[in-house]
Write a protein that binds this ligand. Structure first.
Ligand SMILES: [Zn+2]
Length: 237
């Protein structure tokens, strides 16, 4: 597997629910920020359905997860969380979502974007993840790039923008890996902030060990200890 060594000046992580970003790419984000990247999150839904507790309400879990997401982002040094506030479980790959994604890409102008792989075939995939993955692909090419799409957005600050690389996590067929040997603990520390979703997570817990094992598996074709792997597609010039 090819190593993705490039560290962009600006990266954007677009994800469906609080905790998806850290699961997908937490160690890479920690590494890139330490090396000077500016990283922003775009969180599509409020996470209002994420509880198995029969006494939990949607309003309560939204507040809890919002605070957890802020704390997790702070562990990694993420600059900003942009919340699109769609309803958990009801994310549609429609014109409204596309417009919101295009606007945020045109404003922040990331070189690299991370999101869910919508083409996962060998496992179940949350519908929100699939719909978001499709919309992020569309937003990057051609909608954010070409000025005649959503022309009403264009002004001095909001300009057509060409993203260079799109990296999908959760892919059946990853083709690049990123050396995160020094940053596995940052990933676990940030994920541990999502206490409502991952109770008791720590470096030494079973789930913590499971995360380390997956990072190790991703590195097995490389000579580094831990890796996060992605399916990368490069935007057309
Ligand atoms: Zn999710």
């Amino acid at each position: 597997m090819k190593e993705y060594k490039y560290i962009p000046k600006k990266a954007m992580v677009i994800f469906a629910h609080p905790d998806d970003a850290e699961i997908g790419t937490g160690a890479t984000i920690a590494k890139w920020i330490k090396n000077g990247s500016e990283v922003v999150y775009v969180l599509a839904t409020t996470g209002s359905s994420g509880s198995n507790d029969m006494n939990m309400t949607s309003n309560k879990i939204v507040d809890i997860r919002s605070n957890e997401q802020i704390e997790a982002a702070n562990v990694l040094g993420v600059k900003e969380i942009i919340s699109l506030n769609f309803i958990d479980g009801m994310l549609e790959s429609n014109r409204k979502l596309l417009s919101d994604l295009v606007l945020n890409i045109r404003k922040f102008k990331p070189e690299t974007v991370f999101t869910h792989d919508p083409f996962r075939m060998n496992n179940f995939l949350h519908r929100d993840h699939r719909n978001l993955g499709f919309s992020v692909m569309d937003a990057i090419y051609p909608y954010a790039r070409d000025h005649l799409h959503f022309p009403e957005q264009i002004n001095n600050e909001v300009q057509p923008h060409k993203v260079k690389d799109l990296l999908f996590w959760g892919s059946d067929t990853p083709n690049v890996s990123i050396d995160v040997s020094e940053f596995a603990s940052n990933k676990i520390e940030s994920l541990a902030k999502h206490e409502s979703q991952l109770p008791g997570l720590s470096l030494g817990s079973d789930y913590g060990k499971n995360i380390l094992k997956r990072l190790k598996d991703s590195a097995k074709e490389s000579d580094f200890k831990y890796a996060e792997s992605f399916r990368m597609i490069v935007a057309r010039s």
